[in-house]
Design a binder for this molecule. Structure first.
Ligand code: G1P
Length: 314
């Protein structure tokens, strides 16, 4: 029998320090890739996988996310008066049914494991998905849908995985792999951010999980792990033995939008994938490679670029 995954948890309480200064007032999940905020891509992917209930674990200063998923009657009136049917449809599509999006606060930034634990009463007693909006995945079949299809026949806990460069293991949860069957890799354990010399493989967890509700019991007992935080990975590894763990090698391209260059790359890739933008985007990219040869831009570091913005009032 196929287990239906109806609920997804979106841990969106993080401070976004890697994107300062913009994240002083804007949640990092609201950063746009082309014209769509990261959180919207995650919600669209969840919907495609059949998710009906969206649980946001937020924090202070994140109210823009809640506003984004609310109706904006003023805007709707203007669009309708001006006969902008396409735009109307786009914003209507984004708003969940009343009562299907819920928000709770993490209150203290104690780590991803703690953030997921904060959703325990909202999830209840059924398997659920966890999605990290920083990990943007471009795929023909959206990543979570690939996972829910595979999950039905095996159950347990499932984590999306991909190979990363062996020197990067200390940035990820790393799977200790057992047997492989197609896209599924049995997980003997999973370790949060091991140094390359201690890493059991280079198979990294990417921000898509399907978890059994029993995880909450283990998250409750967590002690601080890597980086002094309560790690989701540690909760998952505590369950190995009572429940099966699988890594799922998804098909698609992942962009690390928690990182400036990954975010920049995502903007390029998504612009190139858009019919309305691809041609112009290609032209602009080509112009940069020739302009650079002719007239190099003045190099500025991050802090200096803020001063430039201030000076020009941009
Ligand atoms: C989190 C998880 C880590 C996972 C990563 C994927 O780390 O803790 O296991 O590999 O997301 O992006 P973070 O990027 O929040 O440090």
């Amino acid at each position: 029998m196929r287990t239906r995954i109806r609920k997804a948890v979106f841990p969106v309480g993080g401070l976004g320090t890697r994107f300062l200064p913009v994240t002083r007032s804007l949640p990092k999940e609201m950063l746009p890739v082309v014209d769509t905020p990261l959180i919207q891509y995650a919600i669209d992917e969840a919907r495609a996988a059949g998710i009906e209930e969206f649980i946001f674990v937020t924090g202070r200063g994140k109210s823009a996310i809640e506003d984004h998923f609310d109706r904006c009657l003023e805007l709707e009136n203007v669009l309708s008066t001006r006969g902008k049917a396409r735009e109307m449809k786009a914003i209507e599509r984004e708003v969940p049914q009343p009562g299907h999006a819920v928000f709770t606060r993490q209150q203290r930034p104690l780590g991803l494991g703690h953030a997921v634990w904060c959703a325990r009463n909202l999830v209840g007693d059924e398997p659920f998905a966890v999605m990290l909006p920083d990990d943007l995945i471009m795929a023909e079949t959206p990543c979570l849908e690939q996972m829910t299809q595979a999950y039905g026949s095996i159950g347990g806990n499932m984590v999306a995985v991909m190979e990363v460069s062996p020197v990067e293991t200390s940035r990820y949860g790393i799977l200790c792999p057992g047997n492989t069957q197609g896209r599924l890799v049995e997980g003997l354990t999973i370790i949060e951010k091991p140094r390359p010399e201690n890493a059991p493989s280079n198979l990294a967890a990417i921000g898509r999980y399907i978890l059994e509700p029993r995880i909450f019991h283990h998250l409750h007992k967590l002690r601080p792990g890597a980086g002094g935080e309560l790690q989701l990975t540690d909760g998952i590894s505590r369950m190995v033995g009572e429940s099966r763990l699988h890594g799922f090698r998804f098909s698609g391209r992942r962009f690390d939008c928690g990182d400036k260059i990954g975010y920049f790359e995502a903007n390029i890739a998504y612009a190139l994938a858009r019919h309305d933008l691809a041609e112009d985007a290609r032209r602009v990219l080509a112009s940069f490679s020739t302009e650079r040869r002719q007239a190099p831009f003045r190099a500025i570091d991050g802090a200096e670029s803020q001063d430039v913005n201030r000076a020009t009032g941009s």
